[in-house]
Structures are given as C-alpha cells and as structure tokens.
Design a protein around this ligand. Structure first.
Ligand SMILES: Cc1ncc(COP(=O)(O)O)c(C=O)c1O
Length: 411
C-alpha cells in the first residue's frame, strides 16, 4: 500500500494514495458506493485471499487446505488484535456482529430482576435480544436518557443509574446503524470500570472508520463485523473478550469441542483464551479474506482513515444542508460517516430506486430500526449515505447534486 506525503495536507498528515486505493477496489469502476455502513467494497487482496483458498480446498481438500494455511488463519487474530489494541488471545472470530453479540450475552447467567442498562440508540437486534432475555429470564431493561443537547446518551444520568441499579450488564452501541451519532463509549467505560460493572460495546459501525481501542474504552466485551468499514467479506465478524472476563470464567452457552476440552465423561474445561467463544468449524476462505481486510486497513492506516472518512461525510452534510426539502438527522459534535436525512414528498423505495438508477448505492432506515431515535426526530424513514476513504470528493459532490435534483423533482 502506497501512502504518499503531500504538501496539500498538514505536514504531519500523510495523504492516502487514492488512485492506488481505487485501483485496488474493482467496485469503484462500476458504482458510487455510499453504502459502506451496509457493506464496504472489498479490495483485491481480500478477494484474492478468498479465491486462492477456495481453489486450494478444491485442489487438496478442505482440512488439508486449512492446515496448509494455519499461519494465515492465525493472523486473523493477530491483525484484529492489533487493530483494536489488544492481544490475539482476546479475539474470537464470529460469523457476524450479531453472532458475536449473542455469544457474549449467552455467557451471562442472567437471573430474574437483573438489570440490563443500555441506551436509546442501541442497535435494533441488541434491543430485541434484551427483550428476549426479559421474556425468558425476567431481566429488566433500563434505557439511559439522552443528553438534552443532542450529543447522545447523558453519561452523568447513565452513571447515576449504574450506581442506583447496579446493572448485571451495561451495553452501548458506539455508532448506531440509523445515524452518524458517536456515543461516548469511553466515558461510559470509565464509570463501568470504577463501579466494576460488566460492559459490552457494539462497535459494528465504528471499527474500520474510527480508531477503536478496547483499553481506552474500558469494555469487557466488544463486537464488530468485518464486512462494513473494514471492507471484509460477508459472514464475518469478531468478539473481543477482556482478560477480566476470561479470568472470571465466562463461557458461552453451548461451548463446543474447540472452546473446551472434554476432560472426562462428565466434565469439561474451557480453553484459556477467547477461542472458547469460537466453534470448531470455520469458514476458512472467509476468515482468510477477513484477515486480509484487517491487514489492509492497518496498512492504509487507522489514523488517516479516521480523519478522511468522517470528513467526506461532513462535506456531504454541508452540501445537503442547503437543499430545500432535505432534513439532516445526525446528532453529536463529531458525527461518523453515516449521513442520514429525511426528504419531503418521497416514499422510501422510489427514492432509493432513483438513487440506484443513477449508479449510487445507498440504504434505507425505518422507524422499526430505531424506535426511540426516529420517534424523537419524528421521522418514519430516512436515507443513509455512508462514504468511505476510497470515495472521492467528486463523488461526494455528485451524490449531493443528485439528492438536490431529486428533492426538486416530481415524486
Ligand atoms: C450498529 C450495528 N450493530 C450490529 C449490526 C449487526 O451486524 P451483523 O449484520 O454483522 O450481525 C449492525 C448492522 O448493520 C449495526 O449497524
């Protein structure tokens, strides 16, 4: 990966070699991809790693192929650990962020009356999982209020709830799916550490676009996908498990022969590392593609990516702000690269179809994805545009012009 210095940026800041990055990304030739919050475009090394492995499996056998690539498979854990600032033994591969999240929740021995303290912007599937825990185990779900200034959860109020309710679990989503809001997860984490509360963070939308540091956040568990801003393949994600949680003996329900040793006819012992949250069977081509994606992100550089990606989104917001009929919906002082807006006079599918027809990938969010947030904003749906570092300023301008054209046109 070439990263060149440029006089056009501040002296200390390397400029990404956009031409090289785009040449590495076949999708850039065919589409303006502003749906990285859905699924990022894979780079050639990711595709190559997966195709090579599938060919190897076909040529020599699946078990033999994974044995031959053991070092590269192990690099998934090493690279991901480097990305989130931990050690390889604290990382477990998962089939999705939701898979990682359910495994994490399954490790907690919830009892009736236990409190799960979360926010009004936690991801839809997490909220449904909490409701399922309420239905099955009688847990109480408490939502911390948002700060009146629109900056996300009110951390002081959340900390007061931690003290008053002593939750069994504190859960926060770093960047929700339904807006560019960045929740103050490290501030929440400071209170969790001070009060010794179990803390689970959903970093699905932040990993790969922001610097996610599990130590700085102070979380016990953290989940993410590889397919979004990390630009990995579909069907991959990971779970970070802290040393504290491993040492305390947390293990997933239905631990398998990879996560545990069967020590005798009626006993088993979980392995010492986060591998206790993995299963024996791996989609090896996908794991290798994910490892390649994480290495790629590290080569491009977390710092430059974290500066450029939200800056492209900010440029887009700036232009959309002046478009009559468009209402921007992203709160917080420094929103991430998820640009969401409501548009007057359009229904959701025709609007997205009009974007599709102009070669622009986007995504819709509905009230059902974010009951609290969308009720507060009084919207039923919005369009989400999520650029990434490999998008260009020209693409941002073209997308803004397209939205402006559609906003002024017949429905
Ligand atoms: C914030 C957030 N958390 C979790 C998920 C779920 O990820 P996955 O589809 O990999 O399970 C998403 C997906 O959009 C998300 O945006």
């Amino acid at each position: 990966m070439k990263i060149q210095d440029s006089a056009s940026e501040s002296a200390s800041e390397p400029l990404l070699d956009l031409a090289a990055l785009r040449a590495d990304t076949p999708g850039c030739d065919s589409v303006i991809h502003f749906n990285n919050a859905g699924c990022g475009l894979m780079a050639r090394p990711v595709l190559g790693a997966m195709l090579d492995h599938l060919r190897l499996e076909a040529a020599i056998g699946g078990y033999e192929a994974s044995a031959a690539r053991a070092a590269e498979v192990a690099d998934f854990h090493a690279a991901t650990a480097e990305l989130v600032h931990t050690r390889p033994g604290n990382i477990a591969f998962a089939g999705s962020a939701t898979h990682a999240y359910s495994k994490a929740l399954s490790a907690i021995d919830f009892r009736p009356g236990d409190v799960v303290l979360t926010t009004r912007n936690d991801f839809i599937s997490n909220q449904i999982a909490f409701l399922a825990l309420r239905r099955r185990h009688g847990v109480e779900i408490v939502h911390a209020p948002d700060h009146p200034d629109g900056s996300g959860v009110d951390v002081a109020a959340m900390a007061a709830l931690m003290r008053a309710r002593r939750p069994r679990l504190v859960a926060a989503t770093h960047v929700p799916t339904n807006s560019g809001l960045v929740q103050p997860v490290a501030e929440i984490g400071r209170h969790c550490r001070e009060l010794d509360l179990l803390y689970l963070v959903d970093a699905c939308q932040s990993v790969g676009q922001l610097d996610v540091d599990v130590e700085r956040i102070g979380c016990d568990l953290l989940t993410a996908t590889c397919r979004k801003f990390l630009r990995g393949p579909r069907g991959s994600g990971f779970l970070y498990v802290s040393d504290r949680v491993l040492a305390a003996g947390y293990e997933p329900l239905f631990i398998d022969m990879y996560g545990a040793r069967w020590t005798g006819p009626d006993s088993y012992r979980p392995v010492d590392t986060a591998a206790r949250f993995e299963e024996w069977e791996f989609p090896y081509a996908t794991v290798l593609g994910s490892a390649a994606a994480v290495r790629y992100a590290l080569r491009v550089g977390v710092g430059p990516v974290a500066r450029r990606t939200p800056a492209l989104a900010a440029r887009l917001r700036e232009q959309l702000a002046g478009v009559p009929g468009v209402r921007l919906l992203d709160g917080g002082p420094a929103p991430a690269a998820l640009v969401t807006f409501a548009i007057e006079g359009w229904r959701p599918q025709p609007f997205k179809a009009a974007m599709d027809a102009r070669g622009i990938n986007s995504a819709l969010s509905f009230r059902e994805f974010a009951h609290f947030d969308f009720a507060d904003k009084d919207v039923e749906w919005c369009l989400r545009l999520s650029p990434h570092y490999y998008n260009t300023e020209d693409e941002v301008d073209a997308v803004a012009a397209t939205v402006a054209e559609l906003a002024g046109s017949a429905r």
